[in-house]
Design a protein around this ligand. Structure first.
Ligand SMILES: [Ca+2]
Length: 351
């Protein structure tokens, strides 16, 4: 890197020159002149052309101070570990019986009940005000971060800068998230170099990306700051608000077990994230052989799912609220894990 940082030792009288300076000032001068070399050796984004373009945009469009942003990007570090994590070959897609074994454990249930007891007031208030059941909010936080225990160890600034500027395939997405991040830290008075998250920049107990934070995170304890990292009350309110804003319908069912013939055509079932939206009626599915085991409004729109067990399959019909869970993470198995964990938690909460 060729960035030049001016050497600015505090020399009271420049005329006296270096040789007549006291020893402690000489040391200061040497350290001060050495510092740019040391900081240039670190792989930061202070003079990266794409970062400078982001700075130009934020100055022009959002009224940021250029110098302040330059200081931020000088602290932003490229991390190879982040590029390795995001480029890791996708694991073999897990079958449902393997996937659920990760999330539906006695320990995750027990810790979820402990989280519920500790934050009962906020969870019940969120349920009253936003119509989203406590057990759904707890299950999301449990699946995302094990109730805040695994919320990410990367600096969000490093994660988003590395992916915006050194991961071309998804550069537009992460550049946009980086700008949202700089806006949210300015709005909330956070130091952008401080906050931690996942290698992809997902933050706090509920793993919000910066754009989700700006759109859906709320100050649920009323202290004037939206802290989804260290304040479980804000995290709970924010997850509930995310569900409310994505159309959760209070009191409605989520998913029903169904029966289907072993030779049912694969096209009936969710195959990819593009198929998650319910567009076909329960009656229509019943006619095609996917029959709910309980009474369900035949006019309700649903998606049919076929989940692989160690032997054979199980079948489900997901309704609108199931679709809302997939807005958090666009995967049917994710939504089913959250739902089934929530049902275990609900039994424990009632007991
Ligand atoms: Ca707060």
């Amino acid at each position: 890197m060729t960035r030049e940082v001016p050497c600015r030792p505090h020399i009271p009288n420049r005329e006296t020159g270096y040789s007549s300076m006291p020893l402690h000032l000489k040391i200061l001068v040497i350290l001060c002149c050495l510092w740019p070399t040391l900081s240039c050796a670190a792989d930061n984004y202070g003079d990266n052309p794409a970062a400078l373009a982001v700075i130009d945009e934020l100055v022009a469009e959002e009224g940021f101070e250029r110098e302040a942003l330059l200081r931020v990007f000088t602290q932003a570090q490229r991390k190879d570990s982040i590029l390795e994590a995001i480029s890791r070959p996708a694991e073999k897609t897990k079958a449902w019986y393997e996937y659920r074994a990760i999330f539906l454990t006695e320990e995750r249930e027990a810790r979820g009940l402990a989280f519920f007891r500790e934050h009962r007031e906020a969870l019940q208030r969120a349920e009253r005000e936003m119509g989203v059941p406590a057990e759904i909010v707890v299950a999301i936080i449990g699946v995302e971060t094990y109730y805040g225990r695994i919320a990410g160890k990367y600096r969000v600034l490093d994660a988003l800068s590395t992916l915006a500027f050194d991961y071309p395939r998804r550069s537009p997405f992460f550049t946009s998230e980086l700008k949202q991040y700089l806006l949210l830290t300015r709005d909330q008075g956070f130091d952008p170099a401080d906050l931690k998250g996942s290698y992809a920049g997902a933050m706090g107990l509920g793993q919000f990306m910066p754009s989700s934070y700006r759109n859906y995170a709320i100050d649920f304890d009323g202290d004037g700051v939206i802290d989804i990292w260290n304040n479980p009350v804000d995290a709970i309110g924010s997850v509930a608000n995310y569900f409310k804003r994505h159309g959760w319908r209070s009191g409605e069912a989520v998913v029903f077990a169904a029966d289907a013939p072993a030779d049912a055509p694969a096209e009936l079932f969710v195959q990819s994230r593009a198929d998650l939206k319910p567009v076909r009626s329960v009656a229509d599915f019943a006619q095609a052989g996917v029959v709910p085991r309980q009474d369900v409004d035949p006019a309700a729109l649903a998606t049919a799912m076929q989940f692989e067990l160690e032997q054979g399959y199980e079948y489900w019909l997901g309704l609108h609220n199931f679709y809302v869970i997939t807005r958090y993470n666009h995967s049917a198995m994710y939504a089913m894990s959250v739902y089934q964990l929530s049902q275990r938690l609900a039994r424990g909460m009632a007991g």
